[in-house]
Design a protein around this ligand. Structure first.
Ligand code: ZN
Length: 649
């Protein structure tokens, strides 16, 4: 199936309406303020220096060009909706300086371009972890999106020049480019160029780039310890893994390579069934070694923000970079388009509603880099959390618990990735095949779809996931045959699907299937019971055993200490297996989603400070608990928080 073209999805409302609107109206412009300000982001300034507009030096991490392109992609999508003149002006400024900074042969990586302009000391691809292919890949993707939205070829041509540069490297300096595929966004970028231009040379470039990976043997930190086709488990850096496999899935989508598809299905299942958090967070460990526990120690390499062992899912020290969850959306979306299997859309939904939405504040301009499932007081060691606390320690207590989202992160890869994903999120809701309309996500919106047989409009009305009621009205100018496939979530219990009141009972791979000649005004209704479920975890997930998490529909809940009585701490809370959660309105103005109120127990406080102490045996006391959607935590000041709660059987 294919994604919908730019402009095909409109009038986003319901639960996602305010989120989408805030992304366009607040996230994108405030981020521009940071990235265009030399005193803060220096991203735009780096291009100005590289273009020779001003004197100066490169500042910021080597991947900041790519992060600027991700903002540009988000801004372009936002401009396509709002037509905001000021934003349009910023986009033009960005495109102009990017094209002028780019070398005639297509190379563009501002640290090197600036060095070459000023002293000639730095050669391209000298440092394999300088993220050049990551940057160039995002340039290609931004160029394609910019062309689709605006019709302009300027940025697209810059992307084409970048791809042509890679082509020459593949032919002339194969080993150099083979070792430079760090955090590879360029496989996705090159395939997107193929789709945009129709030039099969770019698809060949993608397959060539994948084939030459084997010429470099590195470590699991960049998934190049083993040749791609020999990989059986996901390992190492979760962003890099998910970007790689998303790019491979793009190649599979265009080549139909069944061996690679089987490989990807296996790897995806390995990740989803054993290594990702309930919130959809990917990359559970801050740092590790891989292959972990290998008999030959010489084979072990250092990895960071790693997938870790199966079932190794710590809560408090969960890394879960926001970009890793987004990478999983990219990977799963491509798997979905190739296979039509609803399990991929189920995971996308889980990430969107939890990990992704939790990575941005209710103010739409503060961000998490890491996304733990638990936060506790008095952590005696630094973690690379929002604001890189290891590098820039937060102030002394009591503010030391204030590991909240931040507006500026010294490593700014996540915020523009969050921005572009939320800006483009409506396009995850639909897709088309030759004669098939796919509804993947429940999103109050209108969509225009063109099939081989004719044009359709889809009006989806829903407050999902506030309720599980979805109403879709189909619009056609004349009776037209087509199949509509609508997702029946894998977690849903007895969802009811009807067409004009008649029950639909054909379900294939997680989709209700309605094949008919459609008349204007035909109405599809899906009703999904939204019972609160209490989930437990696999017995090998040792930090999760004998605990319970509450989930309502796709939304994972958490307990924040803000909602506990004074003096109560999060680890003392116990939830009975038969506690009945009651839905109540959230007083905060975040969303229409309910809070969950239930009776719990508060265990006696244990002796503080000591590593081990004798069990305090006083009776637990009743306590009323209020759980909020995980995505909304850390919006009310510093707090302790936990998704998983101790189970009092
Ligand atoms: Zn990131």
């Amino acid at each position: 199936m294919s994604s919908l073209p730019a402009g095909a999805v409109s009038r986003v409302g319901g639960h996602w309406g305010p989120v989408h609107r805030r992304t366009l109206d607040t996230t994108v412009p405030t981020m521009a303020g940071l990235l265009f300000d030399p005193a803060v982001g220096h991203a735009y300034e780096n291009f100005r220096v590289a273009a020779g507009d001003v004197d100066g030096a490169h500042m910021g991490p080597p991947f900041m060009d790519g992060d600027f392109y991700k903002w540009l992609e988000a801004a372009t999508v936002a401009f396509g909706v709002t037509a905001d003149a000021e934003l349009g002006h910023l986009i033009e400024k960005a495109v102009d300086v990017i094209t002028r900074a780019q070398r005639a042969d297509g190379y563009l990586h501002t640290p090197t371009n600036i060095s070459q302009r000023q002293s000639g000391t730095m050669n391209e691809l000298d440092d394999r972890v300088s993220f050049e292919t990551y940057n160039l890949g995002h340039l290609m993707t931004a160029g394609c999106v910019h062309h689709r939205v605006t019709g302009s070829r300027t940025l697209l041509d810059a992307g084409i020049r970048a791809a042509d540069y890679l082509r020459r490297l593949v032919e002339d300096r194969t080993d150099l480019i083979a070792r430079s595929a760090i955090c590879p966004s360029h496989y996705m970028g090159v395939v997107e160029l193929y789709r945009t231009t129709g030039d099969p040379g770019y698809l060949r470039l993608a397959t060539d780039l994948l084939a030459i990976r084997e010429r470099f043997v590195g470590g699991d930190d960049n998934q190049d310890r083993l040749p791609l086709r020999e990989q059986r488990t996901v390992a190492g850096h979760a962003v890099r893994a998910n970007y790689l496999y998303a790019g491979v899935a793009d190649v599979v989508a265009e080549t139909g390579d069944r061996d690679l598809l089987e490989l990807l299905e296996h790897l995806w299942s390995d990740a989803v069934n054993t290594k990702i958090h309930l919130t959809g967070g990917c990359g559970a460990l801050y740092d590790g070694a891989s292959p972990d526990g290998a008999p030959e120690q010489s084979e072990i390499t250092r990895v960071h923000q790693a997938y870790g062992r199966p079932y190794q899912l710590p809560n408090q020290t969960a890394h879960n970079e926001s970009c890793a969850a987004i990478g999983m959306v990219l990977w799963s979306w491509r798997m979905l388009l190739v296979t039509g299997d609803g399990k991929y859309a189920d995971l996308i939904e889980r990430i969107l509603h939890n990990s992704l939405l939790g990575s941005i504040g209710a103010d739409a301009k503060s961000y998490f880099y890491t996304n733990p499932l638990r936060q506790a007081r008095d952590l005696p060691y630094p973690l690379r959390r929002a604001g890189d606390t290891a590098i820039n320690p937060v102030p002394d207590p009591p503010a030391s618990d204030a590991r909240l989202r931040q507006e500026w992160l010294s490593c700014f890869c996540c915020p523009p990735n969050i921005a572009r994903t939320l800006a483009e999120m409506p396009y995850l809701a639909y897709a088309t095949g030759d004669s098939t309309i796919w509804v993947h996500q429940f999103l109050d919106s209108d969509a225009e779809l063109r099939l081989a047989e004719g044009r359709f409009t889809i009006s989806q009305r829903t407050d999902y996931p506030v309720s599980g009621s979805i109403r879709i009205t189909v619009g056609v100018s004349q009776p037209t045959p087509a199949t509509l496939r609508i997702r029946m979530p894998g977690w849903a219990e007895e969802p009811k699907l009807t067409i004009n009141g008649s029950t639909v009972d054909v379900i294939e791979a997680g989709y209700g299937v309605i094949e008919r000649t459609w008349s204007d005004g035909d109405e599809v209704r899906l009703v999904i019971p939204m019972r609160v479920r209490k989930l437990t975890a696999h017995h090998l997930a040792e930090e999760l055993t004998n605990q319970v998490a509450l989930v309502r529909g796709p939304v994972v809940y958490c307990l924040e200490s803000t909602d506990l009585p004074a003096g109560a701490t999060i680890e003392r809370v116990l939830v009975s297996r038969d506690a009945v959660p009651v839905e109540m309105a959230l007083p905060e103005d975040w969303a229409e989603l309910p809070a969950l109120q239930l009776s719990g127990l508060l265990a006696p406080a244990q002796a503080p400070g000591a590593l081990y102490s004798e069990l305090a045996t006083a009776d637990p006391q009743p306590v009323e608990l209020r759980l909020i959607p995980y995505a909304f935590w850390a919006n009310r000041g510093p707090s302790e928080m936990s998704v998983w709660l101790r189970l009092a059987w």
